[in-house]
Ligand binder design. Structure first.
Ligand SMILES: [Fe+2]
Length: 306
C-alpha cells in the first residue's frame, strides 16, 4: 500500500511544473533551459576533434578499491564487500555496457548497491536502460542483496523495471541485512534533488525495529544533499552519485558544474560529515553530451572494516 501511494505521488511530481529539493521548489523551466544549453554545447563539440576524445574518455572506466572503517560495524561484517554503481545511464552510451561487463567479469561481492540514474534520456524507454544494466552485470556474482534507489533521471517506472530484475528498490525505507549475529541497516531514499518529499527525511530519521538497537547504518541517496541530516541521524556511511564527478572538469579534476543545491563538499569521492564517511561515485555513465574530460568514470568495490 505504501509503495502504491509513493508511486502515485512520484508520477504526480514527474508531471509537475516544479522540481522539489530539500531547500524547496524551483521551476522546471530553469532545468529545461540548462538541458538545452548542454544540448547546444554537445552539438558544438560534435564538430570538433574533442568530441571523439571526450567519448573515448567516457568509455575508459576505472575500478576503484576502497576499504572503509566504520564505527560500530558488527564484527561479523568485517570484510563485507559492496559493489557500488551509480549513474549508469547506459542508454546514453550503450557501448559502456560491454566495458562494465569486462571490469566486473568474475568478481564476487556480498551486496550490490545501485545509487540511481539507471536511465538517461527521457525519450528512451526505461526498459532499454534496465536491459543494458542487466547485460553489464551478467558476469558478477552477488551473494547477498541487490539494492537500488532512484535518481533524478529515473521515473517511477524504473522502480518496476529494477524489481523485475531482482533488485530490492528502496524508496524511503530501510532493509536489515544480517550476517552471523550482526546486522547492518541500509536506508534508501527516493531522489532528493528533484523529487524530494518529507517522506525522505522521515525515512532517514526512522528507527528500525527492534527500536533502540544500536545499529550501524548506511544511507543510499542519489545525491549528497542529505548528508547533514544523515550525519545527525547517526549514519556511519553515505553512498551517493549524481554529479558524475563533474563529468567535464578542469585539469586536476575540478568540476565545472555539480548541480548540488546543498552539501557541496560531498560532490566528488570520499568526504566526511561529522563522524559519517561519505562516498560519491564519479558514476559509470554520462549524461548529454556523452563525453568526459579530466574526470574518469568508475565502478567501486568497497570493503567494510571494523
Ligand atoms: Fe546522473
Amino acid at each position: 500500500m505504501y509503495e502504491d501511494q509513493w508511486a502515485t505521488e512520484r508520477r504526480r511530481l514527474e508531471k509537475g511544473r516544479h522540481i522539489s529539493g530539500p531547500d524547496g521548489l524551483r521551476p522546471r523551466w530553469r532545468k529545461a533551459v540548462f538541458t538545452r544549453l548542454l544540448d547546444v554545447l554537445g552539438a558544438g563539440l560534435r564538430v570538433t576533434p574533442f568530441y571523439a576524445r571526450g567519448q573515448a574518455n567516457a568509455l575508459n572506466l576505472r575500478r576503484v578499491e576502497l576499504a572503509l572503517r566504520l564505527p560500530g560495524l558488527p564484527p561479523s561484517f568485517d570484510g563485507y564487500r559492496i559493489l557500488h554503481l551509480s549513474d549508469t545511464h547506459l542508454d546514453v552510451l550503450p557501448e559502456l555496457a560491454a566495458v562494465v561487463r569486462g571490469l566486473l567479469e568474475g568478481a564476487e561481492v556480498d551486496l550490490l548497491a545501485v545509487t540511481g540514474d539507471v536511465h538517461g534520456d527521457h525519450a528512451t524507454p526505461v526498459a532499454r536502460s534496465a536491459g543494458l544494466l542487466g547485460e553489464a552485470l551478467r558476469g558478477i556474482k552477488v551473494t547477498g542483496a541487490q539494492l537500488a534507489i532512484l535518481g533524478n533521471h529515473d521515473s517511477q517506472a524504473m522502480a518496476d523495471q529494477l524489481m523485475g530484475m531482482g533488485f530490492e528498490v528502496l524508496v524511503n525505507r530501510s532493509v536489515v541485512i544480517r550476517r552471523g549475529d550482526g546486522r547492518l541497516v541500509f536506508t534508501g531514499l527516493d531522489d532528493v534533488n528533484s523529487f524530494y518529499t518529507e517522506a525522505a527525511r522521515i525515512a532517514l530519521d526512522a528507527e528500525v525495529q527492534p527500536a533502540g538497537s544500536d545499529d550501524c547504518r548506511v544511507a543510499l541517496v542519489h545525491s549528497a544533499e542529505m548528508a547533514d541530516h544523515a550525519a545527525r541521524a547517526g549514519y556511519a556511511l553515505y553512498l551517493a552519485g549524481h554529479t558524475h564527478g563533474g563529468q567535464i572538469c578542469l585539469p586536476g579534476g575540478r568540476p565545472l558544474v555539480t548541480t548540488l543545491r546543498r552539501c557541496r563538499h560531498g560532490a566528488v569521492g570520499l568526504w566526511h560529515e561529522g563522524a559519517m564517511i561519505g562516498y560519491t561515485s564519479a558514476g559509470v555513465g554520462v549524461s548529454h553530451p556523452p563525453v568526459r574530460f579530466n574526470c574518469q568514470g568508475e565502478v567501486a568495490f568497497i570493503t567494510l572494516r571494523c
